[in-house]
Design a protein around this ligand. Structure first.
Ligand code: FES
Ligand code: FES
Length: 176
């Protein structure tokens, strides 16, 4: 288990809250952390663990850029308090695959040019992996409906949909 020293962000207008001890299991590694109980899972991942794949877009649950998997289910990590996820299994885009062994969904996104600026892409891919596990990638309509929480400012939706459809249609193993 890794012990990570963390600091609580100072706040000028809110009172100090008690620190909490949390074990986050992320991408197969365990981290023992202590931080302010108000720290979100997204901030814990990005600021405390240096895992910057999950992106902060809106920071209010509206864009999906911060999507990660918790025990195999997708959540928007900007709305989740890290302390709620003690000992849960968290997967971020960094844990999905790498350059040598990309996940089938990552390969499909690359093949279909399913991004432009790429800012939304980690969240799109995490959500797409979960979508398939949920059995909701049967039709284009389903894909659009159940990916509607992931916003793409560049409008890469047709290519995102094509990538997901390909993975689902070919029966590729898109599990973790
Ligand atoms: Fe979390 Fe937008 S940053 S939903
Ligand atoms: Fe730019 Fe989606 S690729 S926001």
């Amino acid at each position: 288990m890794k012990h990570v020293e963390t600091t609580t962000r100072p706040s000028v207008d809110t009172p100090e809250l008690p620190s909490v001890d949390v074990t986050l299991r992320v991408n197969g590694e365990s981290y023992r952390l202590r931080f302010d109980s108000r720290v979100t899972l997204l901030d814990a991942l990005r600021d405390h663990l240096g895992l910057t794949g999950a992106k902060k877009g809106c920071d209010q649950g509206a864009c999906g850029a911060c999507t990660v998997l918790v025990d195999g289910r997708r959540i928007v990590s900007c709305l989740a308090l890290a302390a709620q996820y003690d000992d849960c299994e968290i997967t971020t885009i960094e844990g999905l695959g790498d350059d040598d062994h990309p996940h089938p969904m990552q390969e499909a996104f690359a093949r279909h040019d399913a991004f432009q600026c790429g800012y939304c892409t980690p969240g799109q891919i995490m959500s797409a992996v979960s979508l398939q596990a949920e059995g909701r990638a049967g039709t284009d309509e389903d894909i659009r409906e159940f990916m509607s929480g992931n916003i793409c400012r560049c409008g890469a939706y047709p290519n995102i949909c094509a990538a997901i459809r390909e993975v689902a249609g070919e029966g590729n193993d898109a599990s973790l």
